[in-house]
Design a protein around this ligand. Structure first.
Ligand code: SF4
Length: 266
C-alpha cells in the first residue's frame, strides 16, 4: 500500500470517520465492517490465512510497509503544520508518560478492572470440571432427543457468553486506563463544550462491563451450583460500573461515530 492509496481510502465517503476510535475491536461481531477504513485496510493487507498469520513473515513485512507509509504521512502533516518533530524532548515526554501511567494504574477504576480480569481467570480455572460436566449433560440430551429440549441452542448461548466474557476481560482495564490517562491530559477550561476522548473510552469500557454482566447472568443460569461465585463477579462488575459512571458522568451520553445516534430532540 502506498501513501496515495491510503489518502484515497481516507477520502472515501462510505467510511465513517473515526469509527474505529471508540469500538471494541471485535471485528467478527461488528455491524460496520463495510464502513470502517481500518477493517478495509486490514482486509486489503492480510486477505488470506497465510498473510494474516501473525507468525508469518509476510505479515510483519506488510506491517513494516504500512508503518513506513504512516511515518511518511506523519512527516508530511508535521511539515504542513510547521511542527518540528525533532524538537520533542523524548526523555521528558517518556518520564511524564511513566508518571501518568502509574497514577492511572492506581486509580480505583483501573485497580478494580485489574482485579476483575484476575477473578475471571480464577473462575475459569476453578470451573474446568463443570465445563466437562455441562458438555456431557448436553451430549446426553442430544442423544435422548427430548421434546422441548434445545441442547444445541443452550451450547451456543453458553459459548457466546464465554466469548463475551473473554473478549472484554482485559479490554475493560485497557479502556479505563486510556480514559483516566486521557482525563489527565485534557484541559477542562478549553474543552468543556467538546466531546472528550476520555468519555468515549470510558463509554467503551462501560459497554464492555454491561455486556460482561449479561454474559455472567447467562453463565449463572447454566451453572447454578456456582451461583455464589458468579454473584461475586456480578457484584464486583456492578460496583465498577457505578464507580466509572461517577468518575465519567458524561460517558454514557458520548456519541460514538457510527454506533450511536444523535438525539435531535435534545
Ligand atoms: S469499527 Fe468494527 S470493523 Fe472497525 S475496527 Fe472496530 S470492530 Fe473492527
Amino acid at each position: 500500500m502506498d501513501k496515495e492509496h491510503l489518502k484515497m481510502l481516507a477520502g472515501n465517503p462510505k467510511f465513517i470517520t473515526g469509527i474505529y476510535n471508540y469500538c471494541d475491536r471485535w471485528c467478527e461481531r461488528c455491524p460496520f465492517t463495510s464502513r470502517c477504513m481500518n477493517f478495509a485496510i486490514a482486509n486489503e493487507q492480510f486477505p488470506d490465512q497465510e498473510s494474516s498469520d501473525i507468525y508469518n513473515e509476510a505479515f510483519w513485512r506488510k506491517l513494516s510497509e504500512t508503518f513506513q507509509v504512516t511515518l511518511d504521512l506523519l512527516k508530511e502533516a508535521a511539515e504542513r503544520e510547521g511542527i518540528d518533530l525533532d524538537s520533542l524532548d523524548v526523555e521528558e515526554v517518556a518520564e511524564e508518560e511513566r508518571l501518568n501511567d502509574e497514577l492511572a494504574k492506581n486509580h480505583q477504576c483501573c485497580r478494580a478492572a485489574k482485579v476483575y480480569a484476575k477473578m475471571v481467570d480464577n473462575w475459569f480455572d476453578s470451573a474446568s470440571d463443570l465445563f466437562g460436566q455441562k458438555e456431557d449433560e448436553l451430549n446426553s440430551k442430544v442423544q435422548l432427543d427430548l421434546p422441548n429440549a434445545d441442547p444445541a441452542g443452550i451450547a451456543a448461548s453458553f459459548e457466546d457468553a464465554v466469548q463475551v466474557i473473554r473478549w472484554y476481560q482485559h479490554q475493560i482495564y485497557i479502556k479505563l486506563m486510556r480514559a483516566i490517562r486521557g482525563r489527565m491530559r485534557e484541559e477542562p477550561e478549553i474543552l468543556e463544550e467538546f466531546p472528550k476522548d476520555s468519555d468515549g473510552s470510558a463509554k467503551v469500557a462501560l459497554i464492555g462491563i454491561d455486556r460482561s454482566m449479561a454474559a455472567w447472568g447467562e453463565i449463572r443460569n447454566h451453572f447454578l451450583v456456582r451461583e455464589d461465585v458468579s454473584l461475586d463477579m456480578l457484584g464486583h462488575l456492578d460496583r465498577l460500573r457505578r464507580t466509572a459512571e461517577k468518575v465519567f458522568p458524561a460517558a454514557r451520553s458520548f456519541i460514538r461515530p457510527g454506533f450511536d445516534k444523535i438525539d435531535l430532540n435534545s
